[in-house]
Design a protein around this ligand. Structure first.
Ligand code: HEM
Ligand SMILES: *[C@@H]1O[C@H](CO)[C@@H](O)[C@H](O)[C@H]1NC(C)=O
Ligand SMILES: *[C@@H]1O[C@H](CO)[C@@H](O)[C@H](O)[C@H]1NC(C)=O
Ligand SMILES: *[C@@H]1O[C@H](CO)[C@@H](O)[C@H](O)[C@H]1NC(C)=O
Ligand SMILES: *[C@@H]1O[C@H](CO)[C@@H](O)[C@H](O)[C@H]1NC(C)=O
Ligand SMILES: *[C@@H]1O[C@H](CO)[C@@H](O)[C@H](O)[C@H]1NC(C)=O
Ligand SMILES: *[C@@H]1O[C@H](CO)[C@@H](O)[C@H](O)[C@H]1NC(C)=O
Length: 348
């Protein structure tokens, strides 16, 4: 498992932010808003995500990692090219270690294409995350997203993720600042962080290794889960979802959480975080700011408020900085893991 680069260069973020906002301002409006149930595109995406339900959490993380780096442009999917060799792509960054579900993006697009509907790879990433959230929440989470109409990017650099993605060792201020670059509020930050109520992680827990910040019983529970994890399956992020033995070891207090909703995307992350039972310092840091702490408590008590804010933040994430200009394909990428030409910029 790749280690994340801890040297997140926040000052570069400020410089690049200016450039990005210029691009964002020029973004072409999307053609359609809000797929409704029964929509053909939505149906196909739903079915394909459902086919790989066991890794559906991966699509939500994939959208975050794509949309925070050069906007939602599927840049995270690109493999090396003759002009952008191995080790130099966005995907190669340690920040993107553990990303899964990428191969399904082409499957979704090809199935739609066979039926006469073209969407970009960037659209497919965002739509897959949307259906994943719906499926993993047992139909509870539903949010509109723009599109289709996102452009596919042609730039992929290993240097990009550290400029924009947060690391597990970020302080609250660093988290708020990095989300602020994209005009995401503290509410958006907390709401989006509740996505750590699903899925798995592979790193040694508590990456900045300040174990004193985390419940010691939780660290033991993670060790128990890790000892039974096979083939790099990882450890469940949500302590509620761990095996009974590990949960017993953790001394987790259910505190109103639906304990039978194992693997379900709900507000249970808040209860875990308020007990210091989260794998990353960046999660626990949310308890350090008054506004964020209040939100964690509010979401824990009020599942409807959590749903509303989570949906709004996911819509916002899905519409981040729609791609424009010479840094993008004129049409859509033919294959989602490769640009249509080897070198860019290309003539108009
Ligand atoms: C706030 C700062 C964040 C940090 C530092 C962070 C970091 C991480 C790390 C290190 C992992 C484990 C990856 C692995 O080992 O496979 C992970 C998993 C995950 N993250 Fe985050 N994350 C953050 C925010 C978010 C946001 C905003 C979302 C989505 C809205 C998100 C969604 C996920 C999901 C769904 C997983 C599980 C992925 C899977 O099961 O494949 N994270 N995150
Ligand atoms: C194509 O779309 C039509 C309706 O829009 C649907 O009946 C048909 O099953 C689809 N075909 C495939 C291969 O998905
Ligand atoms: C670990 O966390 C404690 C409590 O938050 C803090 O006082 C201490 O400075 C941290 N140590 C390191 C090395 O980050
Ligand atoms: C977990 O704790 C409960 C209650 O103490 C106990 O009944 C159960 O056997 C324990 N399970 C495991 C797997 O240790
Ligand atoms: C708890 O979760 C289970 C499984 O997802 C679900 O069937 C049940 O309706 C939930 N209970 C409540 C009270 O929400
Ligand atoms: C929480 O963080 C935000 C963003 O950094 C900051 O503006 C605010 O003053 C902090 N609020 C509290 C109560 O700590
Ligand atoms: C790139 O995508 C194509 C089309 O989906 C696929 O056939 C190929 O195996 C992929 N290459 C890699 C290295 O994943």
């Amino acid at each position: 498992m790749a280690k994340r680069n801890e040297k997140g260069s926040l000052f570069l973020v400020a410089a690049l932010a200016a450039v990005i906002f210029v691009l964002a301002a020029q973004a072409t409006p999307a053609v359609a808003v809000g797929y409704t149930d029964g929509d053909k595109v939505q149906k196909v995406v739903y079915e394909e995500v459902m086919n790989v339900k066991e890794k559906a959490a991966g699509f939500i993380r994939l959208a975050f990692h794509d949309c925070f780096v050069r906007g939602c442009d599927a840049s995270v999917l690109l493999l090396e090219t003759p002009t952008n060799p191995a080790g130099q792509t966005e995907k190669d960054s340690g920040f993107n270690g553990g990303l899964r579900g990428m191969e399904v993006i082409d499957i979704i697009r090809n199935r739609l294409l066979a039926n006469g509907t073209k969407i970009s790879c960037a659209d497919a990433v965002v739509f897959a995350a949307r259906e994943a959230a719906n499926i993993l929440s047992n139909g509870n989470i539903k949010y509109p997203v723009d599109g289709p109409g996102r452009k596919d990017g042609v730039v992929s650099s290993v240097d990009d993720p550290p400029k924009f993605l947060p690391t597990p060792s970020f302080t609250f201020k660093q988290l708020a600042d990095s989300f602020g670059v994209f005009k995401f509020s503290v509410t958006d930050l907390v709401a989006l962080s509740t996505a750590h109520g699903i899925g798995v992680f592979h790193q040694t827990p508590i990456m900045s290794s300040n174990v004193s910040k985390t419940a010691s019983t939780y660290a033991l529970a993670v060790a128990e889960e890790a000892s039974t994890s096979t083939n790099g399956a990882g450890v469940k992020i949500n302590v509620r979802d761990m095996g009974e033995k590990a949960r017993n070891i953790s001394r987790y207090r259910p505190d109103g959480v639906n304990m039978t909703a194992v693997g379900v995307l709900d507000n249970s992350y808040c209860n875990a975080n308020l007990q210091n039972m989260v794998p990353f310092d960046s999660d626990f840091e949310l308890t350090k700011n008054g506004t964020a702490l209040k939100l964690l408590n509010d979401y824990k008590m009020d599942a409807k408020l959590w749903k509303t804010d989570f949906e709004a933040a996911m819509t916002k994430l899905s519409n981040t900085l729609k791609a424009v200009g010479p840094l993008f394909e004129e049409g859509y990428r033919v294959k989602c893991n490769a640009t249509n030409y080897d070198s860019y910029p290309r003539p108009k």
